[in-house]
Design a protein around this ligand. Structure first.
Ligand SMILES: NC(=O)c1ccc[n+]([C@@H]2O[C@H](COP(=O)([O-])OP(=O)(O)OC[C@H]3O[C@@H](n4cnc5c(N)ncnc54)[C@H](OP(=O)(O)O)[C@@H]3O)[C@@H](O)[C@H]2O)c1
Length: 329
C-alpha cells in the first residue's frame, strides 16, 4: 500500500487561483498522454505517487483522454481507489467536456445535454462523487454561451463540481462568460490555455491580461510544447518520445532545422542559468505572477522531479528575456 510522504508540502509552492479561495500547486500534472490503455499501468501509478509525494496536489483530466477516450479517467480511477482514496481531500481533480466524445449529435461541443451527461460518465469512470474543477473544454460557435454557462451552474448546484473553468477561450469570450457566471453566482475561477515560450497565443488574444483584470486564475497546458522545450530532441528523436510513440498531436514535421536551432539556443541559456531547458521553460511561464499553475505532462517519474525544480528560480534578467524572445518569436 502506498504511503504519501508527510513532508510532501514542504517544497511545493501554492498559488491562489485568481481571487478564489483555492490554492493550486505551481506545477500540476496532466493525464492527456501516457495514461491510456496502451500505456504501462505501473508507470502511471509511479508518476501519480511521485507527483503527490512532491506536493503536486492537482491532477488534470478530460473525458476524451486516452486512447481510447475515457481510458485516462478509468485508469486514474483505479489508482485513486486502490492507493489514494484516503487522500481525496488533499487532491484537486479536474475534468472537462467539449471535444468529440460519443457518436451522434449529443457527444460534442457545449450543449447542456452533452456537458451534464459527460460529467456523469466521467464521475463513474473515476469512481468519484464530485470533481474539484469542471471545465468547458473549448468555445462552441453555435451553442448560446448562456446555455453552456447555465449547464456549468447546474453542475455546481448539483454538487458534482466545486468550481468551474473554461478552456481555450479568448479574452473577449472570457469577459462574456464571466458576466453570465457572476450573475448566476457560480464559482468560476480558472482558465486553461496553451502557453509556452513557443506559443504566446494568450498574450495576443487578450486572455492573459483579461484573466488578471477579472481576478481569474490561469493554468497553462503544453508548457513544454509537448516536449520540444526540453533536451528530449536535441540529439535526435528517441524511440520512447511522444513524436515516436504517439505522433498525432506532435509529429516529426514540428522539428524543423530552424526549430532545432532555437531549442539548442534556448538550451544554452538554460545551462547558463543552472537549469535544464524543461526547468527554464516552466520558470519562464511562472516569472511574472500571471499564471497560477503550469500543467505539465510526463512519460516517467524522473521528468516530474526535474520539472518541479522550476519553482526554485523564476527570476529572469532583462537580457535573458530578450535572448529568449530573439530565439522564439
Ligand atoms: N485544455 C486543453 O485543451 C488541453 C490540451 C492539451 C493538454 N492539456 C492538459 O495539459 C497537460 C500537459 O500537456 P502536455 O503533455 O502537452 O505538456 P508538456 O509538459 O508541454 O509536454 C509533456 C511531454 O514533454 C516531455 N517532458 C516532460 N518533462 C520533461 C523533462 N523534464 N525532460 C524531458 N522531456 C520532458 C514528455 O515527453 P515524452 O513523452 O517524449 O517523454 C512529456 O510527455 C495534459 O496532460 C492535459 O492535462 C489540456
Amino acid at each position: 500500500m502506498y504511503n504519501a510522504k508527510n513532508e510532501r508540502y514542504d517544497t511545493m509552492k501554492y498559488n491562489r487561483c485568481g481571487k478564489s479561495g483555492l490554492l493550486l500547486p505551481a506545477v500540476s500534472l496532466g493525464l492527456w498522454h501516457n495514461f491510456g490503455d496502451n500505456d504501462d499501468f505501473e508507470n502511471m501509478r509511479q508518476m501519480c505517487f511521485t507527483a503527490f509525494d512532491n506536493g503536486i496536489t492537482h491532477f488534470d483530466l478530460a473525458n476524451n483522454y486516452g486512447p481510447k477516450p475515457g481510458a485516462a479517467e478509468k485508469n486514474f480511477g483505479i489508482i485513486l481507489k486502490n492507493d489514494l482514496t484516503c487522500y481525496r481531500d488533499e487532491l484537486i481533480i479536474s475534468t472537462k467536456a467539449g471535444y468529440d466524445m460519443w457518436p451522434g449529435p449529443y457527444g460534442n461541443f457545449g450543449s447542456r445535454k452533452y456537458l451534464i451527461a459527460s460529467l456523469d460518465q466521467s464521475l463513474k469512470r473515476m469512481g468519484l462523487d464530485y470533481v474539484d474543477i469542471f471545465y468547458h473544454h473549448r468555445m462552441d460557435p453555435d451553442t448560446p454561451l448562456e446555455e453552456t454557462m447555465g449547464a456549468l451552474a447546474q453542475i455546481v448546484r448539483s454538487g458534482k463540481a466545486l468550481y468551474v473553468g473554461i478552456s481555450n477561450y479568448d479574452g473577449p469570450n472570457l469577459s462574456k462568460a464571466t458576466k453570465i457566471l457572476d450573475d448566476l453566482h457560480v464559482p468560476f475561477i480558472i482558465n486553461q490555455n496553451r502557453y509556452s515560450i513557443f506559443d504566446r497565443g494568450i498574450e495576443k488574444n487578450g486572455l492573459k491580461e483579461k484573466a488578471k483584470e477579472l481576478g481569474k486564475g490561469i493554468i497553462c497546458f503544453s508548457p513544454l510544447a509537448q516536449g520540444l522545450l526540453t533536451d528530449r530532441y536535441i540529439n535526435g528523436i528517441p524511440e520512447d518520445s511522444r513524436i515516436r510513440r504517439s505522433g498525432v498531436f506532435l509529429n516529426e514535421r514540428a522539428l524543423t532545422e530552424e526549430k532545432l536551432a532555437q531549442i539548442k539556443g534556448l538550451n544554452e541559456i538554460a545551462k547558463k542559468r543552472g537549469q535544464t531547458l524543461a526547468e527554464m521553460a516552466l520558470s519562464w511561464i511562472l516569472k511574472d505572477g500571471y499564471v497560477t499553475s503550469v500543467l505539465i505532462g510526463a512519460s516517467k517519474p524522473s521528468q516530474i522531479l526535474d520539472n518541479i525544480k522550476a519553482i526554485e528560480n523564476t527570476v529572469f534578467t532583462e537580457d535573458e528575456l530578450k535572448e529568449i524572445d530573439s530565439l522564439s518569436i
